[in-house]
Design a protein around this ligand. Structure first.
Ligand code: 26Q
Length: 749
């Protein structure tokens, strides 16, 4: 089918009496036929992105845009009395938790957009990330049955099934291929587990609780399941094309491991080469070392995956022996190089009945990369310091990016049109041209202010519909949307809000420009503190929004079920992006980039990609505050007393006291006491206020007030915002994926 045929078919489509779901499936199938008409072009070398998560969001608008038929489809449907926005009721495919999963989706989009051969491999979870309801201020988790609308964008590969063997059962892995459209068609291949009831469970849920023994086994099975299915297929294809000579495997394949979750793929690869094809172990290891590369996405110790070796031996005995062998090999190699025991221990793959997936990935990986400059430096100086000493050439940085197709062109047509008008449409193909905006900001400021106003109106309409809260025109918009985690410090924003509220109410804060603070984000179901923080924010929102003295000046909204689709609206309609993690803990952040590209200034700490954002867009066009990483390190070394901060700062003290003085929780049922204790007393596993919330709080409040005052000069604020847009080209995942292709995968770009 070609474009003309698609459009004719759409014109002829009988739409009357059809439900949104029926239309969605029909039009999507037609678009699939259009997109797949040229098939998937073979490539000499293909990169494979192994990831436990692909946070795709809605495919409908994105795919129609990628196929170049979105506008015409909207027009034709409008002619039939159908608003294309009706398809917003089709829910997102949320096959990921957050940053790492969304990054994988952006990479797939960019590779296809640039014509780079990249195949994604993952799991087709029946239920994606839970849907979040907020009931009485608390998070409630509901199952996310994303396939209830049908799945017209996948093709089941009945003939490409594979059998995956565990010690106690066999599972059928059935691929579902989702094409990714662009300059070339790439495939995202998601494996579904079939067979017995137990077998099916493997692809039922994204990340089942892993704090129980049962949950752990299931997660281990998931990791092996998709890694083994993908590796099995790649090896089989190689043998078909090139015979049983594996020395050239890396000439045709590059495998990127998205964090440690698919690292068992290394062991599976060596297992098949050595046992099925009788390749010598050392040769198989060498081939693996040319094929696999590893990206680290977090420095938090609790996220560094380790597997209990006895468990691995029980469920995956062959893999266990391969892991032991690799570990021996590594020790021998290090001994030969005169590595002292303490350093060798830090790099150990196997120790006290445990396998470290990160150490395995670093040892075998051809490259190890962090996702922002600071993060990579931390990997080299801290997390993997020993390995950096022995394998310095492996380490490289590739700063994250986001796809401008979804995060600018699709979610902000108005800003895109403004850019077209100023520099032409070339930037849509070649994002580096966006820098051409530089120098034009001043003449565009007026028009930009109108665009921002329109996007804010749309956002406010969405908030009113989804949260029942009306925000008047002219409000300044601050947003903090991301997963709920202590290190991201939503609690610090909550305290700042209490201070602002109390200051406005008492008259101490004057001339405050009316502002709204938008929060959104899900907490892991078992993460009690994060859940208390959600409740606290909602309690604060209730109080502030209900206070007639401040309600025209300050508002707070907690967007329930924050996901890719609500993100698209929030990014476009925000003035100030809050990126306030404790310095050294946010590997990169990608929300910060989405906001920037839509013309929000960053109010943030010197952490993750914020550092590169202000480097490129100018300190003077953003708002940086808080302790730098060196200060944080010093405080950690020398000790820090959060109570002293409160003694010195009565406003901070008042804000923090609201956790325990009954302001919000007269029955003491909300878990606030524990939150309070974590700040003041600490806990068995950490020092008091280990994320330095109180340490940075006053600087944060001052910075928010400074932003508020600066906003009074609307034009100069708009200029700052626009300067962020013109400096944002670097944060396109087109740039990022070209770096992976060139520096790691050895693909021509
Ligand atoms: C580990 C062990 C057991 C179970 C689960 C996990 C686990 C699951 C998810 C560990 C980590 C994750 C996700 C990490 C993540 O999303 N990291 C984010 O990655 C983004 C893309 O690189 C960065 O921008 C963010 O800074 C980083 O937090």
């Amino acid at each position: 089918m070609d474009k003309l045929e698609y459009l004719n078919k759409l014109r002829a489509l009988q739409t009357e009496g059809k439900s949104v779901k029926e239309l969605y499936n029909k039009i999507s199938s037609m678009a699939m036929a259009l997109g797949m008409s040229g098939g998937v072009k073979p490539a000499v070398k293909t990169a494979c992105y192994f990831s436990m998560e692909f946070l795709i969001g809605r495919s409908f608008y994105n795919n129609l845009a990628a196929l170049g038929v979105l506008r015409e489809t909207a027009d034709i449907l409008a002619g039939k009395g159908i608003d294309i926005n009706v398809f917003e009721e089709i829910e997102d495919a949320a096959l990921g938790n957050g940053g790492l999963g969304r990054l994988a989706a952006c990479f797939m989009d960019s590779a296809a957009g640039l014509g780079i051969p990249l195949t994604g491999y993952g799991i087709r979870y029946k239920y994606g990330l839970f849907k979040q309801a907020i009931i009485n201020g608390r998070q409630v988790e509901l199952p996310d049955d994303w396939q209830q609308f049908g799945d017209p964008w996948s093709v089941r590969g009945e003939d490409k099934k594979r059998i995956i063997r565990f010690a106690d059962m066999s599972v059928t892995a059935v691929p579902y291929d989702m094409p990714v459209f662009g300059k070339r068609v790439n495939i995202l291949r998601l494996w579904q587990a079939e067979g017995s009831k137990e077998a099916q469970k493997i692809s039922e849920y994204l990340y089942p609780a892993d704090d129980t023994q049962e949950g752990k086994i299931l997660r281990l099975r998931q990791e092996y399941f998709f890694s083994a299915a993908s590796i099995g297929e790649l090896i089989e294809t190689h043998v078909k094309r090139h015979g049983k000579n594996f020395y050239n495997f890396a000439e045709f394949n590059a495998i990127q491991l998205n964090d440690t979750h698919p690292v068992l793929a290394i062991a599976e690869f060596i297992r098949i080469l050595t046992s099925k094809y009788k390749v010598a172990f050392q040769a198989a290891l060498d081939i693996a070392r040319n094929t696999f590369s590893y990206t680290n996405h977090t420095v938090l110790p609790e996220a560094l995956e380790c597997w209990n070796a006895t468990l691995v031996r029980k469920i995956l005995p062959d893999i266990y022996f391969v892991l032991i062998k690799i570990s021996f090999k590594q020790r021998e190699e290090l001994r030969m190089r005169g590595c002292p025991d303490d350093l060798a221990a830090k790099m150990a793959i196997y120790f006290s009945d445990t396998f470290s997936m990160a150490n395995l990935a670093v040892y075998v990986g051809k490259t190890v990369n962090g996702v922002a400059k600071l993060h990579t430096e931390i990997l080299k100086s801290n997390l993997f310091a020993a390995a950096f000493k022995y394998y310095p050439q492996k380490f490289c940085n590739i700063t994250n990016g986001i796809t401008q197709r979804r995060w600018l062109m699709l979610c902000n047509r108005e800003l895109s049109a403004l850019i077209d008008g100023a520099i032409g449409t070339g930037w849509r193909e070649d994002i580096s041209l966006l820098s051409g905006l530089k120098g034009h900001e001043s003449s565009l400021a007026g028009e930009f202010m109108q665009v921002k106003r329109k996007k804010k109106e749309e956002l406010f309409a969405f908030l009113e519909k989804s949260e029942g809260i009306r925000i008047p025109d002219g409000f300044l918009v601050f947003s903090q949307v991301k997963r709920l985690h202590e290190y991201k410090r939503q609690l610090m924003t909550a305290f700042a809000l209490v201070e602002l509220y109390q200051g406005i109410k008492s008259g101490k804060i004057k001339n405050f420009h009316p502002s709204v603070f938008i929060f959104g984000g899900k907490s892991a179901p078992s993460y009690k503190r994060a859940k208390s923080i959600i409740k606290y924010i909602n309690d604060i929102a209730g109080k502030i929004n209900g206070d007639k003295d401040v309600k025209d000046i300050l508002k707070v909204v907690y967007v329930h079920n924050y996901n890719v689709s609500s993100a698209e609206k929030i990014m476009a309609g925000t003035d100030v992006s809050l990126q306030v993690s404790t310095a050294g803990l946010e590997a990169s952040g990608t929300g910060n980039m989405k906001f920037m590209m839509n013309g929000a200034v960053t109010c943030g700490t010197m952490d993750g990609a914020n550092i590169e954002i202000v480097d490129l867009a100018g300190m003077e066009n953003n708002y940086i505050f808080g302790a730098r990483i060196e200060q944080i390190d010093k405080l950690k070394r020398e000790g820090y007393d959060p109570s002293a901060v409160l003694t010195d700062c009565p406003e901070c003290k008042n804000a923090v006291q609201t956790l325990i003085d009954g302001t919000f929780d007269p029955t003491a049922a909300a878990g606030y006491k524990e939150l309070y204790a974590s700040l003041i007393k600490g806990a068995s596993w950490h020092a008091p206020d280990n994320y330095f919330v109180l340490y940075d709080l006053q600087d944060y409040v001052k910075t928010l007030l400074r932003i508020n005052a600066d906003y009074e000069d609307g034009r100069s604020f708009a200029l700052k915002q626009l300067k962020n847009v013109s400096a944002s080209a670097y944060f396109s995942s087109d740039r990022t994926i070209k770096e992976y292709a060139g520096k790691i995968w050895g693909l021509k770009v």
